[in-house]
Design a protein around this ligand. Sequence first.
Ligand code: PEP
Length: 254
Amino acid sequence: MVKERKLIIAGNWKMNKTVAEALDLVNGLKRELAAVKEVDIVVCPPFTALSEVSKVVLDSNIRLGAQDMSQHIGGAYTGEIAAGMLKEFSVRYVILGHSERRQFNGETDALVATKAAAALGASLKPIICVGELLHQRESGQTEAVIEAQLEGSLKGLTKGQLEESIIAYEPVWAIGTGKVATPQQAQEVHAYIRRRLAIMFDESTARHVRIQYGGSVKSSNARELMSQPDVDGALVGGASLEVRGFSDIVKNSI
Ligand code: PEP
């Protein structure tokens, strides 16, 4: 199937990999994926590895992403990293509102919207995560939850800014659990997200936005998930931590 929108496959390494391990991984990916042109490939190492990894990917088809950033441009915010600091390492993407940040750091939709505006203001592409908890799916609230997250997390963005953004649908019950959404479940929610974006912005903007699926993506399920009409890529956690797993996902997505 030929997709109207180019796929984006991003690896979220989370709090894993020393600098040396990160370099091993990215050098391996660079070798394995050198010939891939059909997919935008992004790796999101921990902050501490961005500097070294950025040097390796400079002359490659791999782009760099960060796992979070501050909503502030600088100042007295101990422990925080600003968009401008990420740009020093040629970071182009930033994951925002990941369910782990929502769960463990109390991040709200309003905060995600502020961070998204700050990212876009610095010409970084935000990968904005939404997704329902298991009990919300089981009680039929998936669409209501996603609608509220989209309304809150995209508040204030212009149509042009939304086109520069990526939405990641990550059902929380599928993250790191090995319990992947079926291709049909993913397609249903992705189509719903696109319909909501058309209402919030317009049809043409909604058609162009890339919507990634995340949650236990592996080489064995990538092809079927990526072939769904509204699935434009993947956000991959566990399987992005080793060369074979991640490069097979990229290759199987083409
Ligand atoms: C993630 O952390 O965004 C994720 C999707 O993790 P995993 O692929 O391990 O489920």
